[in-house]
Each structure stands twice: as C-alpha cells, then as structure tokens.
Design a protein around this ligand. Structure first.
Ligand SMILES: NC(=O)c1ccc[n+]([C@@H]2O[C@H](COP(=O)([O-])OP(=O)(O)OC[C@H]3O[C@@H](n4cnc5c(N)ncnc54)[C@H](OP(=O)(O)O)[C@@H]3O)[C@@H](O)[C@H]2O)c1
Length: 243
C-alpha cells in the first residue's frame, strides 16, 4: 500500500506546497483545510498538475473534526505514515508587534490554541494509526522564532523579533517534540521540529527571502527520510538549530 500523509492547514502557503511535493513523490496525500471552499480550490490547483490529492475539512482546534478525520483514516487506510502539523497563525500586529508588555491574554490563548494545543490533540489522536505504519514520521512545523537560545543572544538574527504569543507557542511545540521523541524511543516512529526558513506566504509576508518551493524542503525531506537526523531534532535544511 502507498504511504499515506496528512498535512494540516494545507489550502495555501507551505502546507499546500508540502502536500504538492509529497504527492509528486507518489505519496497518497490528505490535504486538510478548515474552509472546504478554500480546500477545494487548492485541490483543483493540484489536479491541474495531474495530482490526485484527497481533501478533508479540519478546523484544527475542533475536537470533533479531529475525531472525524481520525475515523476516516482508520477505516480507509488503517494507518498513517506521515503527519505534518503545519497549521499555524500569528495574530495582531504581526512580527513587529505583540510585545510581552502589550499583548492581550486572548491573543496568547488563541495563538496557543492553534499553534500548540490543537497540534498535541491531533498528534495524540492519530498516534495509534501512525504506530501502525512501517516507519511513521511526525513533522511539527515550528520556527526559528521558538529558539530560546537565539532569543536570548544579542546579535542573533531573531534577537529583536519578539511577537510573544507566536514565539512562545513555537517554543512549546519544540518541548512537545522532545517529549514525544522520548516517549517514542524504541519504536519506528520519529518526530521532528522543523523550521522552514523565512518564506513568502500570508504569514511570512512578501519581505521573506525564500519562496514556498524552497520553504517546503525542510518538512518534505524529514517526511521522506531524505535527511539523516535523529528523532527529537530541531532542524532547518538538515542543520540543527539551537533550542
Ligand atoms: N512562512 C514563514 O516564514 C514561516 C517561518 C517559520 C515557520 N512557519 C510555520 O509554517 C507553518 C505554515 O505557515 P505559512 O507560512 O504557510 O502560513 P500561511 O500561508 O498563513 O498558512 C497557514 C495555514 O494554516 C491554516 N490555519 C490556521 N489556523 C488554522 C486552524 N485553526 N485550523 C485549520 N487551519 C488553520 C490556514 O488556513 P486559512 O487559509 O483558512 O487561514 C492556512 O492554510 C506555520 O505553522 C508557521 O508558523 C512559517
């Protein structure tokens, strides 16, 4: 049976590009989107390239959506080889705003709901299916912005980029990666935190230097074992990042 991959938040940006690249490699891809219309538009784009990708509606903060997706995969495939936890957001004033002094509690809660809590819920719901795959791979789309070491190092490329909720949510994702890798030791499942680079998308803005084709590489390479890094790693293009 073909390998099966699920990508969250894949109607645009890095998620769509990773779904495309995985499908081009012969993987059966399930593209998920919270808005079915946007999802259908993305599927059409891929169909024009001759790619046959499945669409499932998934609002990642919805427990009932997560259960429905899990039951669908269980009954249709009985396993999941690749999970890419890609859906993510930054709220409010963007990269320059959201300082720790001025940010609202609702901003922090909403950001953590999407970027952290739902990522855990999806992963744990799908883990029994991932364990049924021959060599399950979980890729958590983190960010260099989650690096405590770089945030604390004057002169680092992210030292003055302090949107608090986003950064803290990605640090939390990294902690989840490390804990899950520890739990999965001795199994065939590997889990990674991936930094795609600063990429031109709605989230990354037009100022970003990388395009989505380049940005998708870190996640796709980890999903397909094209780089050799240990489970629990935090990497960009195969290179370790400081935690
Ligand atoms: N771009 C960068 O430079 C960069 C750098 C480091 C890390 N990342 C990470 O890479 C991932 C993808 O980012 P991107 O740049 O591709 O962003 P993007 O173009 O804004 O795409 C984000 C995707 O996530 C979806 N999404 C957001 N909240 C969701 C929710 N609650 N339920 C379901 N889907 C949801 C969005 O759906 P809608 O279209 O419906 O809003 C969209 O499909 C994110 O985790 C981001 O933090 C990006």
């Amino acid at each position: 049976m073909k390998k099966v991959a699920l990508v969250t938040g894949a109607n645009k940006g890095l998620g769509l590009e990773m779904a495309k690249q995985l499908a081009q490699k012969g993987i059966q891809v399930i593209l998920t989107a919270r808005d079915p219309e946007k999802g259908a538009k993305a599927i059409k784009e891929l169909e024009l390239l001759g790619l046959n990708v499945e669409l499932l509606q998934l609002e990642t903060t919805s427990s009932s959506d997560i259960q429905r997706v899990k039951e669908y995969i269980e009954s249709k495939y009985g396993k999941l080889d690749i999970l890419i936890n890609n859906a993510g957001m930054i709220q409010g004033e963007g990269w320059g705003g959201n300082s720790v002094e001025t940010i609202s509690m609702s901003n922090i809660r909403e950001t953590f709901d999407t970027n952290f809590f739902s990522l855990i819920e999806i992963t744990l719901a799908l883990l029994p299916l991932i364990k049924k795959a021959e060599a399950g791979r979980i890729i958590n789309m983190s960010s260099i912005m989650g690096s405590l070491t770089l945030h604390a190092s004057e002169g680092s490329p992210i030292y003055d980029s302090k949107p608090f909720a986003y950064n803290a949510s990605k640090t939390a994702v990294n902690q989840f990666t490390v804990h899950l890798a520890h739990t999965l030791k001795g199994t065939s499942v590997k889990v990674f935190s991936a930094h795609p680079g600063w990429v031109k998308t709605a989230l990354g803005t037009d100022y970003a230097p990388m395009n989505v084709t380049e940005g998708a590489k870190t996640g796709v390479d980890l999903a397909l074992d094209l780089v050799n890094v240990p489970s629990g790693s935090y990497t960009h293009l195969g290179q370790s990042l400081p935690w």
